[in-house]
Write a protein that binds this ligand. Sequence first.
Ligand SMILES: *[C@@H]1O[C@H](CO)[C@@H](O)[C@H](O)[C@H]1NC(C)=O
Length: 218
Amino acid sequence: MMRGFDSIESMNADSVLVKRQRGSKRIYVVCAVIIGCAFFMVGILIGYFSRAQHHHSTSAPIPEVPTRRRPIDLILDSIKEETIRDSLRQYTTESSVAGMPGTDKLAQKILSQWKGSGLDRVYISSHKVSLSLPNPSHPNKVEIIESASGEPVFAAQLEEPSLRAEETNIGGPPGLNPYSPAGEVTADVVYANYGRIEDFEFLKKNLSLDISGKVIII
Ligand SMILES: *[C@@H]1O[C@H](CO)[C@@H](O)[C@H](O)[C@H]1NC(C)=O
């Protein structure tokens, strides 16, 4: 009996074991399904968020493409007090009277600057022109001489005093009256303001002055 019991028990135990084994299989399947579902959900979530992000990025404002600035703005931006001062200093440090040595140096400087700023074709073109140049050893100047004494009452300065230390006029020629041959003229002197057409018309019409043969000071 006892044995029988044992056997029944063992049989029961076997069936329990079988049941348990079956139960553990079910749990395993349930777990697998849950894990599978979890992966599936994660997959869906990844898909959803990546799409949502993608969607979000397309609806975001389009990043501004750097546009080319208008030439007028570039030019206006380059016009600054300091730039003007620097350029004037560069171009006027040395005297550059047309036809005299300093001019060629200045032309070469401007040529290299224009080439450097990207202009396609920059060149120096030579022209032959008649220029009135000063003669430093025999300068050309205006003097007003008093007829009675023959003494100059006024003499134009050949060099103007510097107002600032940097105004040295390095290598500059003396002052000159271009296209005016040397000579002596004796005549009445008439002041004609700026020497414009209307200034001469004023002298003639309003003041009834005949200016022919006179020395005009403007
Ligand atoms: C010169 O005279 C005219 C009239 O003949 C007059 O209209 C003009 O204003 C005068 N000019 C000056 C600068 O006084």
